[in-house]
Design a protein around this ligand. Structure first.
Ligand SMILES: *[C@@H]1O[C@H](CO)[C@@H](O)[C@H](O)[C@H]1NC(C)=O
Ligand SMILES: *[C@@H]1O[C@H](CO)[C@@H](O)[C@H](O)[C@H]1NC(C)=O
Ligand SMILES: *[C@@H]1O[C@H](CO)[C@@H](O)[C@H](O)[C@H]1NC(C)=O
Ligand SMILES: *[C@@H]1O[C@H](CO)[C@@H](O)[C@H](O)[C@H]1NC(C)=O
Ligand SMILES: *[C@@H]1O[C@H](CO)[C@@H](O)[C@H](O)[C@H]1NC(C)=O
Ligand SMILES: *[C@@H]1O[C@H](CO)[C@@H](O)[C@H](O)[C@H]1NC(C)=O
Ligand SMILES: *[C@@H]1O[C@H](CO)[C@@H](O)[C@H](O)[C@H]1NC(C)=O
Length: 404
């Protein structure tokens, strides 16, 4: 009953959001302008990949040997998509595809002997994008094969998962919820190279994640440590969240999106159900102000609880995928589809109001990179928050939910 009332209250609020349409900032010329300014930085340094900003909005740069290095080239490819979606209104003088290719090539020195671990899936994004433009690009095909083999090489048949983080003690086998987002690469490789091993690994990893990361209420643990000798769970804890048993919002967002992607790739109903369950938890746990906090269980006072704009844009993009999947089942689930796209729009609306910063180098502020770092790395722009801000705008246009 309480939940029904809650849902009705949310729907009332959502109707209001719908009436005013998606935030216009999603389609602002500043998207192209800012990204071009960053892409045009003629740096001779190897450390030229933006990852997060300082608290004044200036990008901090790293080498491409990072989990985040695919997001900036990925953003350039998303702007190439935007250019074709919005042919009459979007600045056509920039060759985004060429820029995307140039920035991808900076990742090539790190194909092997890298520190990217399970995040090869994220780093493969711009190469996946290249294959959508040119399925015959031999460099991109090679990258997919190398990265998919690296991820598959991290699989333990005893644990049933791919290892997320390397540890000093190799029997301490750590898996994070974020790892769900890297499995898509394995399906791409399975299809491209006709090798079902990749697919079997992804399914095993997802099933173990359902068993050990997801709580009965649909919330999630950030880290599960297994013993690689016995396959047993040693402990469940957090790394970036507020507490071992809290729900770190970016992790919850990766889960919604990752399991929706699993359903997209397999058609197996339990993945759709877990994605819905995690999305329902996210929706029912949102604070009244509609702003995604960095952790759902972090205290609101004191100090004021920082948001995580990246959790909002990742969740919104994952929710739009879930919305499309509800529409794809037979019979078509239009109610479910509408529920998730409305919720995505409400997250974007509130977060854009809070975090849009015309005078920062990033598109959004109010990202939390890692609140547990010393000093806390929060109140920043993030390259992944911005990537999903651009992508979600493209998805809204493609779904007919927004105009350029
Ligand atoms: C350009 O990149 C370099 C290093 O990668 C950085 O130090 C510098 O601040 C950047 N300049 C601008 C305008 O972004
Ligand atoms: C092929 O893809 C790579 C990496 O994405 C890119 O750097 C290169 O320019 C592309 N080649 C062609 C001919 O488009
Ligand atoms: C399929 O992929 C797996 C994982 O990378 C690899 O170990 C195996 O050798 C591949 N099989 C074939 C026939 O190429
Ligand atoms: C895993 O189990 C083995 C065998 O019982 C033990 O030697 C090892 O210390 C355990 N590793 C961890 C990280 O608990
Ligand atoms: C986490 O555990 C602590 C101590 O057992 C408890 O006080 C707290 O309510 C728990 N939080 C959640 C979200 O379960
Ligand atoms: C958002 O960021 C601004 C500074 O950029 C900060 O003053 C404000 O407290 C932040 N709000 C939240 C909820 O994180
Ligand atoms: C439609 O979607 C909603 C939200 O995911 C779900 O609760 C409901 O069970 C779905 N209905 C059917 C018939 O699948």
């Amino acid at each position: 009953m309480t939940m029904l009332v809650h849902l009705l209250a949310i729907s009332g609020f959502l109707l209001f959001v719908q009436a005013s349409g998606p935030p216009k900032e999603l389609f602002s010329p500043l998207l192209g302008g800012k990204v071009l300014a960053t892409a045009s930085n003629e740096s001779t340094s190897d450390a030229r990949y933006p990852q997060y900003t300082d608290r004044e909005g200036t990008w901090q740069y790293f080498t491409a040997n990072q989990w985040t290095s695919g997001f900036f080239p990925g953003t350039l490819y998303q702007l190439n998509v935007r250019r074709s979606l919005c042919s009459s209104s979007f600045d056509r003088s920039v060759d985004w595809l060429d820029l995307g290719r140039q920035w991808s090539s900076g990742i090539l020195p790190y194909l092997t002997n890298n520190r990217i671990e399970h995040d090869v899936g994220f780093v493969s994004f711009p190469f996946q994008d290249e294959l959508l433009v040119n399925p015959k690009n031999a460099t991109a095909i090679n990258v997919i094969q190398i990265f998919a083999d690296q991820l598959a090489g991290r699989f333990s048949p005893i644990v049933g998962c791919t290892r997320s983080w390397d540890t000093v003690d190799p029997t301490d086998f750590q898996v994070i919820i974020d790892n769900m987002m890297n499995l898509d690469l394995l399906f791409l490789a399975a299809n491209m190279f006709g090798n079902d091993t990749y697919r079997d690994i992804a399914i095993s990893h997802a099933d173990k994640t359902i068993a050990n990361h997801i709580r009965p209420d649909g919330s999630s643990f950030h880290v599960v440590e297994y013993n690689s000798t016995t396959g047993e769970v040693i402990r469940r804890r957090t790394a970036q969240g507020y507490a071992d048993n809290s729900t770190w919002t970016r992790g919850q967002a990766w889960g919604i999106y990752g399991f929706a992607t699993m359903y997209k790739n397999t058609g197996i109903k339990r993945y759709l159900e877990i994605s819905r369950h995690m999305a329902t938890f996210f929706m029912n746990t949102m604070p009244e102000d509609g702003i995604v906090p960095w952790d759902f269980d972090a205290p609101t006072v004191p100090p004021p609880r920082p948001a995580d704009s990246s959790a909002a844009t990742i969740a919104a993009t994952g929710l739009l995928l879930l919305s499309r999947l509800e529409d794809s089942i037979a019979p078509r689930n239009s109610t479910g589809s509408r529920l998730w796209s409305d919720f995505a729009l409400s997250l974007l609306d509130k977060m854009t109001d809070l975090a849009w910063r015309p005078d920062w180098q990033s598109l959004l502020a109010n990202g939390t990179v890692n609140s547990n770092a010393d000093p806390p790395n929060q109140l920043t722009g993030t390259v992944y928050g911005d990537y999903y801000f651009v992508k979600v705008g493209n998805d809204l246009i493609t779904m007919g939910l927004a105009k350029c």
